[in-house]
Design a protein around this ligand. Structure first.
Ligand SMILES: [Zn+2]
Length: 184
């Protein structure tokens, strides 16, 4: 392939990537955050979590709590709040049995401390489909049973930037689940 053609292809790819990033960033920033998800733990309501626990610090090894803990009885059913694709289903020291699900708007939903691992990575999941049961695996072993739930945005949401809080710049890449969840 002549060098000029190769150069043109690389240039085109680079420009496409920039365009995709601009579109993605514009999209997530214009759409913003709407209440759109039902609470993934069956029978839970807005009293099932501490609304001040999102971005609470200090918080163990992660320093900042980038999600909420939805408290429930042991083995309460957990349902997927989205149609998505399971990027990873596994076990980690902190999260215990966890799931990362890619959902609409390139958002990643993180579920941790499940009682057991029932799902497989690289599989599709439907909204309201069973994804597991509440437990205390990982570093929640001495905590009351709960589901740790976080929402991560692939593209930065500029309005969530916070210059005052610990790791405040990272807030651009997270959504506050308290504001996103509805009871239905
Ligand atoms: Zn948590």
């Amino acid at each position: 392939m002549p060098i000029t053609t190769k150069y043109k292809k690389i240039k085109l790819l680079f420009l496409s990537l920039i365009l995709l990033t601009i579109c993605g960033v514009s999209y997530v920033n214009i759409i913003g955050q709407k209440k759109e998800l039902f609470i993934p733990v069956v029978g839970a309501n807005i009293k099932s979590w501490d609304s001040k626990s999102y971005w609470c610090t200090p918080w163990g090894k992660s320093k900042v709590h980038k999600g909420i803990d939805i408290f429930a009885k042991h083995k309460t059913e957990i349902l997927s709040p989205i149609n998505g694709f399971i990027l990873s289903a596994g076990y980690s020291e902190n999260g215990g049995n966890y799931l990362y699900i890619l959902g609409p708007k390139l958002r990643i939903y993180y579920f941790a401390h499940l009682n057991t691992q029932e799902k497989h990575s690289f599989s599709f999941i439907k909204k309201r489909q069973h994804i597991g049961i509440v437990g205390n695996s990982g570093n929640a072993i001495s905590s009351p049973y709960h589901l740790h739930f976080s929402i991560f945005s692939f593209f930065p949401i500029v309005k969530y930037y916070s210059g005052k809080e610990s790791q405040g710049w990272m807030k651009m890449f997270y959504l506050d689940p308290v504001k996103s969840l509805i009871t239905s």
